[in-house]
Design a binder for this molecule. Structure first.
Ligand code: GAL
Ligand code: MG
Length: 971
């Protein structure tokens, strides 16, 4: 099998050999687990001789994460080797895994099957030295019938040889780390020779249930008198006799494959949706003629319909919003292998932050993920393991790869078709568009007419063309305006649901709320899938550059790796071909700590909203599709600028989905107290499978009263100390306020080209020239010029002694050429010891002008060290939007207070922008003892230009004069 004449790793026509068909019959329970330590050796090439010396490797697990010299490598589009498909390099790491298995004696006479959950990328199976099978497709299980090669009651030696690079690597060119190994569990199980080969469940929202069973006999013929029965939550289902009769007349059916159908209508069915994941237990039994049970298959049934009506995707007849995320299999310690608990934790977190949909980018996930999605309530776009990004055009019509496309798509559908959570099939990702896609789509549409098919590579040719292999217009990173224009064009024929949008690399996801405002305002737009869930940073030891592996458990917290460790990205394992930090583009850190964008998402997805405040009260709306408010608990919170917040429990009227009601204001608004806001604290009323009772679901807010403008009483008998350079001298400041135009470039700034322009302009360190210092009465006016390579920025600061402190009035004039700077504002540094920030403004989490809807206005308090968000590649971080005032204090309550003329962007961190920009990893940062404080008159939006649109023009900083004012007071 591995002779010179046959090289299965370079034969795309060969998708498998000896591999059993896929089915929806789940054999995990009752199986013998073969997980654990296996004998292991890594060969330099698949045809290198196996040696006598073995080490060991944990299965499931990638060897690239387990101490071998073959380390993880990250590339996005490009293949890690130059060979053209289907060729691969001669140096081709090959892992040989071996162990003995005691085959249970009670399996005598049974059909014995080996299941390898996933192997990357070619699996060759030998038992007792005899070849048993071959399989490709790194993200689906491969099963092999061992009945003829093992003997129950005896010991067998199983060898799993995994070849890393193959023809299949060229169609597994997803944007992620390359690994090698067996990455999902290995099982051995036994069935009766006559067994349930497949069970197909169709269950509609009105309670109609149809279960089609295929019975297969290992020897061929089916004996007389055998039958199938079913039980749904204790209710017996019987075989459909009409179907049986029709089958009996049809020779083709009864000769080799037995088919049986069970039918029922469930009265008053509790329909399944992502909001109401109601499941019924179905047990299908295959009986011998004497009634004894030969085989059993258990399923969980969700009664639901998915259809496309016009340009709307409907679930149970309702047009839903798809609040999705793209999720890869990732773990910082294993690289690829994820446990049930990991998957559950991922989904629980997504649920808590308002997501209702997952695209399994870019391959089928572990079967348990779909069980969890059924159970917790997610709409899943199930995606086949096909991405030929680097050689997309060649492969999409290369006949040698046709089998692989159809095989991968059909195997996924065969496996996952009974999951109510799966609502759309995806043919793969970024593989151009060729006849292979049409072939695969045709197979799916025939086999499963109950679900739409999508494929971005087809849809992008024309969002509206019905002939293409995509029932959904599923672009990636389309600008909001293009989506809206399409929906308004009158030409839309399909639902528009972006398969990827809002790229979460670093400090990102600007304009997410604008996307959703457009989606909710525009019929025809239904949402999309944020790119992506994870920052794929691998926990790495800094001393030897090795992955920490499973031994690294607990060596991280709050998104930060423990001392001596870091989150590795592309290039950190010494790869020369790599794509750097582009692998860190998720809404969670590598340890699943949420990034601030998630709080924004939670609010955007709020099931209950405060629509507006009118004199008679606030208008509350139910924004769910299927549920009332019974599962939620409410409290009103009145937030006033000059006083503590007051909270009272709230009772809301019963609202059906889509309904609104006016609710009287629960509070008398205090006469004084300035600006006032009303927050509705929405929490879970009971324990939910994904959240304990009392978990925050959303915090919608309306403004009740605007802030009065800032007034100051000048004091004549005190002056402000300013040195000859025009710099403020102040006991609490170690660096006086100067003008800042720059931020440590975010990944969006870098990849979008803004950072390069800023460097060209010299924005990071413009030369400051004092033009004049004028003292008049208690006022000092300082005029300075900041010289950039694109012109001079004139800056004026007027310092006035006012009651309680110093008033600083500033203006800066940006010349025409500086038409897109990072910020315009003041920066200063404080003495050490001021470690606590208390502010009135948006918070408590990080927010920026185009990513701030989720942060309610209130009184917030955080230690300075917790304000900073540890983005993997250090960059602008820790900003708070809409800050009206703050104090920065030491434990003895001394410190300083700043009040701003109006809500402004503020950041308080331990790092200068230049410190951040100079570091490549978070662990290289050395916190300064004092605080670096930025008060911004204007701060550029974040956008998503690392992949996709930049921020909208309204979040760019215009040229011309910017003015701002603030007071500085000593506590
Ligand atoms: C998309 C692709 C994803 C990922 C993303 C950028 O084009 O489908 O796999 O590469 O861009 O992070
Ligand atoms: Mg790609």
């Amino acid at each position: 099998m591995t002779s010179d004449s046959l090289r299965p790793w370079q034969a795309p026509e060969l998708t498998s050999w000896g591999r059993l068909p896929m089915s929806a019959v789940d054999r995990r329970s009752g199986a013998l687990s073969l997980d654990g330590d296996w004998r292991f050796q890594l060969l330099p090439a698949p045809d290198a001789p196996v040696r006598d010396t073995w080490s060991s490797s944990y299965v499931p697990g990638a060897w690239t994460m387990q101490g071998t010299d073959d380390l993880p490598q990250y590339t996005n589009v490009r293949m890690p080797f130059p060979e053209f498909p289907p060729a691969v390099p001669a140096a081709n790491p090959t892992g040989v895994h071996e162990r003995e298995v005691d085959v249970p004696a009670e399996w005598a006479g049974r059909r014995i099957v080996l299941q390898v959950g996933a192997a990357e990328s070619v699996l060759l199976v030998h038992v007792d030295g005899r070849p048993v099978g071959i399989s490709k497709d790194s993200h689906l299980a491969a099963e092999f019938d061992l009945s003829a090669v093992v003997r129950p009651g005896e010991r067998a030696s199983v060898r799993l040889t995994v070849v890393k690079w193959s023809d299949a690597s060229h169609i597994e060119d997803q944007d992620q780390w390359w690994h090698g190994g067996i990455t999902r569990s290995v099982l051995l199980y036994a069935t009766d020779p006559l067994h349930l080969a497949d069970v197909t469940v169709r269950a509609g929202r009105h309670g109609d249930l149809r279960v089609d069973c295929r019975v297969r006999n290992a020897d061929g013929a089916l004996p007389d008198g055998w039958y199938v029965s079913g039980e749904l939550d204790g209710q017996l289902l019987t075989q459909d006799e009409e179907f049986d009769r029709a089958g009996a007349e049809d020779e083709r059916v009864s000769a080799f494959l037995g088919e049986a159908r069970l039918q029922a209508t469930v009265p008053e069915v509790r329909a399944w949706t992502a909001e109401t994941p109601e499941l019924y237990g179905l047990t299908v039994r295959l009986h011998r003629a004497d009634g004894t049970v030969a085989d059993t298959s258990r399923h969980r049934v969700g009664f639901r319909d998915v259809e496309i009506a016009g340009r709307d995707l409907l679930v149970n007849g309702e047009r839903i919003y798809v609040r999705g995320v793209n999720r890869h299999d990732f773990h910082p310690l294993t690289g690829r292998t994820v446990s049930y608990d990991d998957m559950r934790a991922d989904l629980v977190l997504l649920k808590r932050f308002g997501f209702n949909a997952i695209r399994t980018s870019h391959y089928p996930n572990d079967p348990a993920l779909y069980d969890l999605a059924d159970e917790l309530g997610f709409y899943v776009v199930d995606e086949a393991d096909i991405e030929s990004h680097d050689h997309a055009h060649e492969i999409a019509d290369d006949p040698r790869y046709l089998n692989a496309f159809v095989d991968r798509v059909s195997r996924m559908v065969l496996r996952d078709k009974n999951h109510p959570s799966v609502v759309i099939w995806s043919l793969g990702n970024e593989s151009d568009y060729g006849a292979h896609h049409d072939a695969a789509a045709a197979w799916v549409r025939r086999h499963d007419p109950t679900r739409p098919v999508q494929y971005e590579g087809a849809a992008k040719l024309d969002w509206a063309d019905p002939r293409l292999a995509s029932d959904i217009a599923c672009p990636m990173y389309a600008p909001i305006e293009d989506c809206v224009a399409h929906a308004l064009s009158g030409k839309q024929t399909k639902p528009l649901i972006q398969c990827e949008y809002s790229h979460a690399m670093g400090n990102s996801n600007g304009t997410l709320a604008d996307h959703w405002a457009a989606i909710e305002a525009t019929p025809g737009l239904q949402g999309g899938f944020i790119w992506e869930f994870w920052d794929h940073g691998i926990l790495q030891r800094v001393n030897d550059g090795r992955p920490a592996g499973r031994g690294g458990a607990g060596l991280y917290e709050g998104g930060v790796a423990a001392p001596g460790h870091r989150w590795a990205y592309g290039g950190d394992f010494g790869e020369t071909v790599h794509d750097g930090a582009f692998i860190a583009d998720g809404v969670v850190f590598p340890d699943r700590t949420p990034k601030p964008v998630l709080y924004e998402h939670r609010e955007i997805a709020a099931p209950v909203r405060l629509e507006c405040f009118r004199h008679e009260g606030v208008v509350v709306g139910n924004h769910q599709h299927f549920r009332g408010l019974e599962w939620l608990s409410f409290a009103w919170e009145l937030v006033v600028a000059d006083g503590p917040a007051v909270t009272v429990p709230a009772r809301l009227p019963a609202l059906r989905p889509g309904e609104t009601a006016a609710v009287p204001l629960p509070f008398e608004l205090p006469e004084d107290g300035g600006e006032a806001w009303l927050t509705l604290r929405v929490t879970t009323a009971d324990d939910e499978p994904w959240a304990p009772r009392g978990t925050v679901v959303c915090l919608p807010q309306v403004r009740l009263r605007a802030a009065p403008s800032m007034t100051h009483v000048p004091v004549a008998d005190r002056s402000v100390e300013v040195d000859e350079e025009g710099l403020l001298v102040h006991p609490l400041l170690t660096a006086a306020p100067t003008l800042s135009l720059w931020r440590a470039p975010t990944d969006n700034d870098e990849l979008g080209g803004m950072a390069a322009r800023w460097r060209e302009w010299g924005l990071d360190a413009p030369e400051r020239k004092v033009v004049g210092v004028r003292r008049a009465g208690g006022r000092v006016t300082v005029r300075a010029e900041y010289v950039t390579r694109a012109g001079v920025v004139r800056h004026e600061q007027v310092f006035t002694a006012v009651e309680g402190g110093i008033l600083v009035e500033e203006s800066a004039e940006l010349p025409e050429a500086l038409d897109d700077v990072a910020r315009v504002g003041s920066v200063f540094e404080t003495v050490a010891g001021l470690n606590l920030l208390e502010w009135f403004g948006q918070g408590p989490w990080e927010s920026y002008p185009d990513r701030c809807t989720g942060a309610p206005v209130g009184h917030h308090t955080l230690p300075v060290d917790e304000l900073f968000t540890p983005y993997l590649r250090p960059q602008e971080s820790g900003g708070r939007h809409g800050v009206r005032r703050f104090t920065l204090s030491a434990p003895d309550a001394t410190g300083l207070a700043v009040r701003l003329d109006r809500p402004r962007q503020v950041s308080v961190t331990r790092h200068r922008a230049a410190d951040l920009a100079a570091a490549a990893h978070h662990d290289e940062l050395v916190p300064r003892p004092g605080c670096v404080v930025h008060l911004d008159a204007a701060h550029r939006g974040l956008g998503t230009a690392s992949c996709g649109p930049d921020t909208s023009p309204s979040y760019l900083i215009p040229t011309g004069v910017h003015s701002w004012a603030w007071t500085l007071r000593v506590l």
